[in-house]
Design a protein around this ligand. Structure first.
Ligand SMILES: Nc1ncnc2c1ncn2[C@@H]1O[C@H](COP(=O)(O)OP(=O)(O)OP(=O)(O)O)[C@@H](O)[C@H]1O
Ligand SMILES: [Mg+2]
Length: 152
C-alpha cells in the first residue's frame, strides 16, 4: 500500500495507527534516506504502543528498548554507523522470534540476512520538504495482517 502525508504530524499519526495494530512479534524495517522520517514514524509507533518515554534516535547506541502496553517491548535499532553487525546480528536473530518484542530497524542493510522474510518494509521518500510517501509491503502472514490494519 502507498500512503502519502503532508507534514510531520501526519507521519506521527500514521505511526500511531501502526503502533495501535501491533500485537508483539512483528518486525518492521524502515528504508529511506537520511531525514526522511524513519525515527519520526517510530515516535508515532511508540505512542500507539502506549510508551510515554521520549524516543531518541539510537544512532550512537544502535539499540534502545522501551516497554509498552500488554508487556510488549519495542526494540528500536539504527545500524547507520555499523559496517559489520557481527554479534548484534545473532542477538537480533533471537529477538525477532520473540512474540513479546516488536523490532523496528532503521538502516537494516547489514542485518538483512538475519531478518525474517515475514516483515513489514516501509520505504519512505520525500517529494517535498514536508511531504512524505510511504510504500508499505509485507513479506508474510503476520506482516500482511498488520498492513491490513493500518488506517490511511
Ligand atoms: N512529513 C514529515 N514526516 C516526518 N518528518 C518530517 C516531515 N516533514 C518534515 N520532517 C522533518 O524531517 C526530519 C525527519 O527526521 P528523522 O530523524 O525522523 O529522519 P530519519 O529518517 O530517522 O533520519 P536518519 O536516517 O538520520 O535516522 C525531521 O527534522 C522532521 O521535522
Ligand atoms: Mg533515524
Amino acid at each position: 500500500m502507498i500512503i502519502e502525508v503532508k507534514n510531520e504530524d501526519e507521519t506521527k499519526t500514521l505511526g500511531f495507527s501502526i503502533g495501535m495494530a501491533l500485537k508483539g512479534g512483528e518486525v518492521i524495517e524502515m528504508l529511506g534516506d537520511v531525514g526522511t522520517g524513519k525515527t519520526t514514524l517510530v515516535k508515532g509507533i511508540a505512542v500507539g504502543l502506549g510508551i510515554d518515554e521520549y524516543i531518541q534516535s539510537p544512532s550512537f547506541t544502535i539499540n534502545r528498548v522501551y516497554v509498552g502496553r500488554d508487556d510488549i517491548k519495542l526494540s528500536h535499532y539504527d545500524f547507520y554507523r555499523l559496517d559489520d553487525a557481527g554479534i548484534m546480528a545473532d542477538e537480533l536473530g533471537e529477538e525477532v522470534s520473540d512474540p513479546k518484542v516488536v523490532t523496528v530497524i532503521e538502516w537494516a542493510g547489514v542485518v538483512e540476512g538475519v531478518l525474517p522474510t515475514d516483515r513489514l518494509s516501509i520505504l519512505i521518500t520525500s517529494p517535498s520538504e514536508t511531504a512524505r510517501k510511504f510504500e508499505i509491503t509485507s513479506g508474510g502472514e503476520t506482516s500482511r495482517k498488520l498492513e491490513g490494519k493500518i488506517n490511511q
